[in-house]
Design a protein around this ligand. Structure first.
Ligand code: AMP
Length: 310
């Protein structure tokens, strides 16, 4: 089962109440592919980096079996750079700097052997590039999941809406859902977003879990209450990688299976936030992942005998 993921491969500088990092490897596509690699063997990526991107960054992905044939290197340009600072609650952050660098010249090319992908994860990237990749696929994948962020809502809204109309599942956080629709109620926002095209919508709420919407149905998955959250960077992408990875592994895109995929995505995200950057995602075991999923099951399972009022 092949999975194609696009998005940024980046340098991030992160400040949290617990510490600061200078230029570590990040990017939406990095987190997505690391996370999905625990579910499917063939994760193919399409992205771009500059000549300054280190070999160990590529090796980290290759060690997890991620195929880098579609990772273009522009030797004279610099890698995309993002700098963010988290607030005390770790649920909100400010973007301090976004340097698009290589993204300004990125013309995505899809290697021939990537064609025929059944699952496509369109990670956070310029919506014009996201669209180009979707249009560059000879056969439409069975499922297209897309992630985006406030930056593109503020700088490229018409292009963003056009790309959103082409996908099956959109994943955004609560703040972004409100920004995209002008609705405070997430239920109203969900209706407006699904009217833009996607049949399914995921609204991530950080430490308060995630909602999955489809028509008039809604499913809620909590986030695991963790003793320590170190760095939330990449949690959304890690969630998305786990979500689509689980669907690709199980080859079932029903709403019921998407509920399970939301739990797996949440479990993967709970690992991501425990350490800075991608560190925690580099060598997880299947046992650790299954154990985490059990913790989710135990968190929400309860027995109630409803009193018969008839
Ligand atoms: P997340 O915490 O899951 O929302 O994603 C964090 C990742 O998104 C970081 O590793 C950044 O490199 C990446 N990122 C930040 N801003 C952008 C942007 N405007 N476009 C694409 N990727 C971005």
């Amino acid at each position: 089962m092949s999975l194609l993921a696009i998005g940024t491969v980046a340098f991030d500088a992160i400040e949290t109440p617990f510490g600061k990092t200078d230029k570590i490897i990040g990017g939406a596509c990095t987190y997505i592919s690391l996370s999905a690699s625990y579910f499917v063997k063939n994760v193919n990526i399409v992205s771009v980096v500059g000549g300054d991107f280190p070999e160990e960054g590529k090796k980290m992905l290759e060690d997890r079996g991620v195929n880098l044939d579609g990772l273009e290197v522009l030797p004279d340009k610099k890698t995309f750079f993002w700098k963010g600072r988290y607030h005390e609650d770790l649920n909100t952050r400010d973007t301090l700097d976004t340097q698009l660098n290589v993204l300004l010249d990125f013309d995505p090319k899809i290697p021939n052997h990537y064609q025929g992908a059944e699952f496509l994860m369109v990670g956070n990237l310029d919506p014009r590039i996201q669209k180009k990749v979707i249009e560059g696929l000879v056969e439409r994948p069975k499922l297209i999941v897309m992630d985006t962020m406030n930056f593109w809502m503020e700088t490229a809204l018409p292009e963003l809406k056009s790309t959103i109309s082409m996908v099956d599942v959109l994943s955004v956080n609560d703040e972004e859902a409100r920004l995209l629709t002008g609705e405070y109620s997430l239920v109203k926002a969900a209706q407006k977003i699904m009217a833009m095209g996607p049949e399914y919508l995921i609204i991530k709420k950080g430490e308060h879990g995630a909602l999955l919407f489809h028509k008039n149905k809604v499913f809620y998955a909590p986030a695991l209450p963790l003793e320590e959250v170190f760095d939330p960077t990449g949690a959304g992408d890690t969630f998305a990688g786990g979500f689509i990875g689980y669907l690709a592994e199980t080859k079932d895109i029903s709403f019921d299976n998407m509920k399970r995929a939301v739990i797996y995505g949440s479990a993967m995200a709970s690992f991501c936030v425990e350490k800075f950057g991608t560190e925690r995602l580099q060598n997880l075991t299947q046992e650790e992942i299954e154990q985490r999923v059990h913790e989710f099951i135990n968190l929400v399972q309860f027995d109630i005998s409803l009193i018969d009022t008839e």
